[in-house]
Ligand binder design. Sequence first.
Ligand SMILES: Nc1ncnc2c1ncn2[C@@H]1O[C@H](COP(=O)(O)OP(=O)(O)OP(=O)(O)O)[C@@H](O)[C@H]1O
Length: 286
Amino acid sequence: MKLELDAVAKRFGDDWALRDIDLVFEPGVVGLLGPNGAGKSTLMRIITTVLEPTTGSVRWNGTDVLATPRTIRNSVGYLPQEFGVYPTLSAREFLRYLAAIRGVSNAADRIDDLLELVNLERDADRRLGTFSGGMRQRVGIAQALLTDPDLLVVDEPTVGLDPEERVRFRNVLAELADDRIVVLSTHIVSDIEVTASDIVLLHEGRVRAHERPASLLDRVDGTVWEWLVDDDELPRLKREYTISGTARRGGGVAVRVVSETRPRPTAERVDPTLEDAYLAAITADE
Ligand SMILES: Nc1ncnc2c1ncn2[C@@H]1O[C@H](COP(=O)(O)OP(=O)(O)OP(=O)(O)O)[C@@H](O)[C@H]1O
């Protein structure tokens, strides 16, 4: 199983949403991380053949996707960012309906298995209109898995989920990635911190990094600092440095800063987090 993007770029009018995208994905969770407007959804739409790139090529297991989109369409499950459900159908009816449209054979058994996988067996016959955001997202994952795809693409799936649902969702995706490629986009570092085998940092349409989480951390090792400041110093520090966190402590504010050099004599080096690495990468040339 292999997905390859070679010099992919996408232009909307005069603006490039993506440029120079060279990526290779293999089984595991690939976390596509970037701020709003970075190009994550555009990249996912290209991978799922909803959009064609302006230039460049996409290959699925060696076959050119643009020439024969069917090769990847038969292997991909997609949960788009805006996923609509029919509120008057039950979860089971909705999945049956989608299975019929997609020509899934033995759909009843498959749907039972999927409802169990996403932990919705007990609510399977309730109308979708009564579901919480998290439950709907789980229906979204179930529909993306109807065809047992080798490639699962999920666009910001944790938006609107409560912390408990977020953790559960993360675990389901990690399990699924044992034998398939799961591409997950998010702007929340903790969504992928634990489960991603690879992280792609996307910013302003370009790949800033494509690495394992550990090597992203290595990049900022020794450059993260913390020290205590007065409230009135904060605005100036914000102009001067990349601040990756603040916490009220004792008589002041503990600031966390990414900087090549010691920012203040009292600043102490601390262990980096993925959040620090992310911020350092997306503010590198600002
Ligand atoms: N159909 C379109 N027409 C014109 N511009 C578009 C279109 N789709 C995306 N864009 C632009 O391309 C850029 C990347 O958008 P994209 O939705 O891919 O980003 P994103 O990283 O998914 O952001 P978000 O997290 O906000 O969804 C943005 O500047 C956006 O305005």
